[in-house]
Structure formats: C-alpha cells, structure tokens
Design a protein around this ligand. Sequence first.
Ligand code: SF4
Length: 321
Amino acid sequence: MQHENMQDNPLQDSLHTTDTTDTTEGTEGTEKSYSGNFFRLKRQLERQVAQAITDYGMIDDGDTVLVCLSGGKDSYTMLDTLMELQKRAPIDFKLIAMNLDQKQPGFPSHILPEYLKNLGVEYRILEQDTYSVVKEKIPEGKTMCSLCSRLRRGAIYTFAREIGANKIALGHHRDDILETFFMNMFFGSRLKAMPPKLVSDDGQNVVIRPLAYCTEKDIERYARAREFPIIPCNLCGSQENLQRRIVGEMLESWERQSPGRLNNIFRALSHVSASHLLDPGLFDFRGLTRDTVVPEGDIAFDQQDFKPERFEDALEELPLI
Ligand code: SF4
C-alpha cells in the first residue's frame, strides 16, 4: 500500500530492492526455505513499516523499544520486521521483546521464551495474574476483554518505565485501525480511530504502532509462511466482542465487493478537511467571514466528482503466496 502523505523514508532507502528466488537467507532463527513470493511479501511489509515509522516519527536514534508480544500473528510479524529494519537502519535503536504472562489457565508459558531465545533477541517475560482479577470483577458470561486490556496496559507501562524503554510497540494493523474507526462512529458517535503514535495519559510512555500501514491479510500470509507458534488469545474463554465482529465482517464484505475501498477509507483518515465537517472545535465556523480562506474552497452548489476507486492499489494487494 502506498501512502499519499509519504515523508522521505531513510529506513526504506536502506532496504534491499533486488528480487530473490528460492533461498534460505534473511530470516532469523530458522533453516527453513522460503519462496520468492515470500520475500516479496516480506519486503513489502518492511517498506510499509519503515514508511509508517518515518511518517509518524515513531523511532529515533538511541531509542529503546519495548516490543509487546501476545503470541498472535501480528506481534510476531512486528518483531520480525523491526529486527530486520534494525539491521539496516541508518539509526541505532534497541529492541526488547516482552510478553506478559497473564496466568490464563492453559497458557503455554514455554512457547514464547523458547521462540525468542532461538530468535536471538533480548527478551523479558513479565508474570502478572491479571486473569484472577478479571474473573473476580466481571460477572460470568460477560466479555472480559476491556478490563483485561486495561490491566495489561497498566502492567506494560509500568514495566517499560522500570526497564528504561522509551517507546512501546504494539502490533495493531490497518484493519484494526479501520475497525476502531467504525466502532467509534457506529456505537460512540465519534470520528475517532486508533492513532499510530500516542502518549499515555500519565505522560510517561510513547506508544507506537509500526504495523499501521500493513493489512491483516498480508500479515496472515506472512505468519503462515513463517509458521509462527501462535498462542490463541481466547484461552480464558472470553468471547470476541460482537460489535467488533460485525464491523469486521462489514469491512470484509465491502472489500470483496469493491476492492481498494478499505485503502481509500484508510487514506481518508490522514486527509481530513476540518472546514468541510461539522465540528466547531476543529474549525472556526463562528469566526468565518468573507475574508476567510478555506483550503477546500466553495462546493456548496457543486456536484462532487469522485475518482473511481483505485484498482492499482487493490492489485498491489493480490495474494502473493
Ligand atoms: S480474550 Fe481473554 S486474554 Fe484475550 S483480551 Fe480478552 S479477556 Fe484478555
């Protein structure tokens, strides 16, 4: 996926651009053989992550980035990609992988330490029984995820401060951002998504989402090819939020009917015309006079012309493996 507000991308410039056919090189901690399609997908993800890091100033020279791993496909992919960029980036930054063991019954606590050791990355496992707290507070049959996530966030923020990490990387991707955008609109009446970079409420942590430009489909394909040891999140028995599932299915069906539509919506999130929305807090409508210059101009009586959806973007996203 290309992004229209792209900044010059020093991380991307340092990536190789040559094609690769069947080879075993380029992946950590494994002897596995990969196809040329896999390497094209890998480079595409690296380019998108490098671009997002550059556009939003996510990582600076000297940073220590705490890379949060849940054991899901997204966070494994994020760690792989950040490790690759770290090797080639013109800046120095440190990565510390971490997993929070929340003590859900049946959580296979050996999987991540074994995987991370084999990968050769510095890592920490934080053990904190948030599971018991959630079970105690949430009535049987209710979704536990929001309290669970809040407790997890608190534990990670505290841990980041303790070990001196100044950035916390989370594995949310483009489709998480879009889902959150529509959830907020449909159920919260707010035009609000999930930012690629934010400061925690206590001002102590900067949270980054390096996969912000990556699609879930690409991450799924990458994770399948890499055969990550996936740990399911629903070990605790909590059900996925119904509203989120409905929104996810709606987005999938839009994309099936009109390939490229999700990219257009995603791009719209970074091309906001405050003067053509209705929020007096964002644009000074009361103070508007004949002398006010409005960037988007007067379209009060015009039929709007919309460009057809960009099928070249959809083509870019055709399955590679
Ligand atoms: S599924 Fe369970 S472990 Fe995962 S966020 Fe929800 S409550 Fe927490």
